[in-house]
Design a protein around this ligand. Structure first.
Ligand code: ZN
Length: 106
């Protein structure tokens, strides 16, 4: 995952960064999670995930062609993040506490 801490207004801010243009992704709906996968979907295989703006997806794939026997898979970032948080049992109700803390930081 392309997460970077970017200093903004003297704060350390986490952002997902596009693996193609290297700019921050500000809207999940405008980006994809992508990975080189095994089309046979064998159980237990693991793949690193990248993130790209939707307009950067095809240029990224053109610059990084899938090797023989694999192919690029993708998922809308908004869906990918939901599934990712579900897999770490992220509690959206408790997130309200974090939101209050972060909002108070300014
Ligand atoms: Zn991009």
């Amino acid at each position: 995952m392309s997460i970077q801490i970017i200093n903004k207004d003297e704060k350390n801010c986490p952002f997902i960064v596009c693996d193609h243009c290297k700019l921050e992704i500000f809207k999940a709906e405008e980006a994809n999670a992508i990975w080189l996968g095994d089309p046979r979907r064998e159980e237990g295989f693991r793949f690193d995930v990248g993130h790209v703006h939707k307009e950067c997806d095809q240029p990224f794939q053109n610059a990084h062609p899938a090797p023989a026997g694999s192919q690029w898979f993708w998922n809308g970032l908004e869906h990918h993040l939901y599934m990712l948080l579900k897999n770490v049992e992220y509690d959206a109700q408790r997130a309200a506490n974090t939101k209050r803390i972060v909002d108070n930081l300014g």
